[in-house]
Design a protein around this ligand. Structure first.
Ligand code: 5RP
Length: 226
C-alpha cells in the first residue's frame, strides 16, 4: 500500500469499526476526528441499528445530521460496544483521552459498554503513556490546587484555553493539560488522581481500557486484542 495520510488512516479504521457494531442494537459513540469517520461510515448502516449513545454534543450533532437516533445514557442499561479514538494507547490497551475535551462523557459511555473498540492511527501507539499532555476535567475552583498536586509529581498543568478564555466543557467545567508525566502504572495513577477533590475525570483510561484496538498502519488495519 502506498503511503497513506493520517486522515486516510483514520477513514480506514473508522470503516473497519463497523464490523464490531452489533445489528439491531444501540452503539456507544465517542468523540474526535477519527470517530467522525466512524460516524460517517455508520450512516451507511443506520437502518440496521437502533441508534447511538453519544459522548459529546459534537458527536450528537453529527449523528443526528446523518439520521441516526441518539439515546440518553440513562435510557440504556448496557451497550455491547463502544467505539472511540484515543490520544495515546499502550500495549495493554490503556489510553490517554480527552484531547477533544469529552473525556468525562467518554468514560461514562465506556463504563456502560461491554467492549471498548479503540480506533487510532499508528501515531497514537506508545510504549508508556505520558508523551501526550494528560487532560483532566476539573471543577474551576479546584484548578490551582490540582495543578500544585501535579507539580509535586513532576508535572506541569496548564489551563486549556479556547479563543483566549478558559475552555468550558459540555459539563460546564475546565480542563487542565498536564505535561512531564511518565505514567508507568496507569491503574494506580488513575485511582490516585480520581481521589483528589475537584477532579471530575482524569484522562487516563485504565479501568475503562480498550478491549480491541484497530490501528491504522501504512500496511493496513492491524487488530490488536488486549
Ligand atoms: C476526545 C478524545 C479523542 O478520542 C481523542 O482526542 C482522539 O481524537 P482524534 O481522533 O481527533 O485524534 O478523547 O475527547
Amino acid at each position: 500500500m502506498s503511503e497513506l495520510t493520517q486522515d486516510e488512516l483514520k477513514t480506514l479504521v473508522g470503516r473497519a469499526a463497523l464490523e464490531h457494531v452489533v445489528p439491531g442494537e444501540i452503539v456507544g459513540v465517542g468523540t474526535g476526528s477519527t470517530v467522525n469517520k466512524f460516524i460517517d461510515a455508520l450512516a451507511g448502516m443506520k437502518d440496521h441499528i437502533r441508534g447511538a449513545v453519544s459522548s459529546s454534543e459534537a458527536s450528537t450533532e453529527r449523528l443526528r445530521a446523518l439520521g441516526i437516533s441518539v439515546f440518553d445514557a440513562n435510557e440504556v442499561e448496557r451497550l455491547s460496544v463502544y467505539v472511540d479514538g484515543a490520544d495515546e494507547i499502550d500495549p495493554k490497551g490503556y489510553m490517554i483521552k480527552g484531547g477533544g475535551a469529552a473525556l468525562t462523557r467518554e468514560k461514562i459511555v465506556a463504563a456502560l459498554s461491554e467492549r471498548f473498540v479503540c480506533i487510532a492511527d499508528e501515531s497514537k501507539w506508545v510504549p508508556v503513556l505520558g508523551r501526550y499532555p494528560l487532560p483532566v476535567e476539573v471543577i474551576p475552583m479546584a484548578a490551582q490546587q490540582i495543578a500544585r498536586r501535579f507539580a509535586a509529581l513532576g508535572g506541569v498543568a496548564r489551563l486549556r484555553l479556547k479563543d483566549g478564555v478558559p475552555l468550558v466543557t459540555d459539563n460546564g467545567q475546565h480542563i487542565l493539560d498536564v505535561t512531564g508525566l511518565h505514567i508507568a502504572d496507569p491503574l494506580a495513577f488513575e485511582s490516585t488522581v480520581n481521589d483528589w477533590p475537584g477532579v471530575v475525570t482524569v484522562g487516563v483510561f485504565a479501568h475503562q481500557k480498550a478491549h480491541v484496538c484497530l490501528l491504522g498502519t501504512t500496511s493496513g488495519v492491524k487488530t490488536v486484542v488486549f
